[in-house]
Design a protein around this ligand. Structure first.
Ligand code: ATP
Ligand code: MG
Length: 260
């Protein structure tokens, strides 16, 4: 097999941060000099384009799956350096053929060091086919019991399907004793290595409204730093957290307020 690693960003529950992490991890890896393609496989409720800053491209992944276009025409480069293949909510399609999904992913692999597959939530047959197209899975969960239970179900399924699990990312982690208890439970339930705990960060929500991915908008925020550290870890590199990050962010905010 030539080309890059295909990592599926997956969760049982919706809204846990798969797309946010796919975009920001993809940009962080591309900032390390890697060629990265993020693929939107949420065919019915796609929003990768929105996370990229309302970035659109006329050729969608559905056009590829329907055999109307070559995969290369669906991949475009975002100004941040990351490449993407977006989906459309407007194209009603019956369940895509598993071999077509694999072909689209394999094409992206040929032109990338990393392919990050942003999966839809749930565990239906389309998700299973998408999982089969990935080399390994990164499980995304929130520190809540229900989300942890759903993550555990995905892990069980992945084990049955013999798809390696890279690890679990706990997103929207909060620093309070109750959350710590839930985090530990999620760790136990998912029986997988916790790769990162990305804190709840209001800037993540703001970045979506401001059409700028978080690692570009607020590279020194806690969530950004954790995602950048995860990118370094994938690359086998040590991440030196910038000194006085909080202070620097404070100054930046102050300056923005003064100039407003
Ligand atoms: N660490 C975070 N802190 C605060 N808000 C976050 C964080 N991560 C994601 N969010 C917010 O949570 C919401 C859902 O995120 P996102 O769309 O990435 O989830 P998803 O798992 O891709 O959802 P879906 O299952 O619907 O595709 C968005 O408003 C996003 O800005
Ligand atoms: Mg999503």
């Amino acid at each position: 097999m030539s080309g890059g690693r295909v990592i599926g960003m997956i969760s049982g529950k919706g809204g846990v941060g798969k797309t946010s992490l796919s975009v920001n991890l993809g940009i962080s890896l591309s900032e390390l000099g890697r060629e990265v393609t993020v693929i939107d496989t949420d065919f019915s409720a796609s929003n990768l384009g929105v996370h990229l800053g309302r970035y659109d491209h006329p050729v969608k992944i559905q056009h590829i799956l329907e055999g109307n276009d070559h995969p290369s025409s669906a991949i475009f480069r975002h100004p941040t350096g990351v490449k993407a293949m977006v989906a459309s909510n407007e194209i009603d399609m019956v369940e895509p053929d598993p071999s077509d999904i694999r072909d689209a992913v394999e094409h992206a692999r040929e032109v990338s060091d990393y392919v990050i597959v942003d999966c839809p939530p749930g565990l239906d047959s389309t998700v299973e086919n998408i999982m089969h197209a990935c080399d390994e899975l990164m499980i995304v969960t929130m520190p809540t019991q229900t989300s942890g239970i759903n993550a555990a179900q995905i892990i069980e399924k992945a084990k049955d399907m013999r798809i390696p699990i890279l690890g679990t990312v706990i997103n929207m982690a909060k620093n309070d004793p109750e959350m710590e208890m839930i985090e530990r439970e999620v760790e136990m339930m998912t029986e997988s290595h916790i790769m990162a705990k990305v804190p709840y960060d209001i800037e993540m929500k703001k970045s979506l409204f401001e059409n700028t991915p978080l690692v570009n908008k607020e590279p020194l925020s806690e969530a950004s730093l954790e995602i950048q550290e995860l990118a370094h870890r994938l690359e086998g590199q040590r991440f030196e957290r910038p000194r006085f990050a909080k202070l620097k962010r404070g100054f930046k905010k102050l300056k923005q307020n003064v100039t407003r």
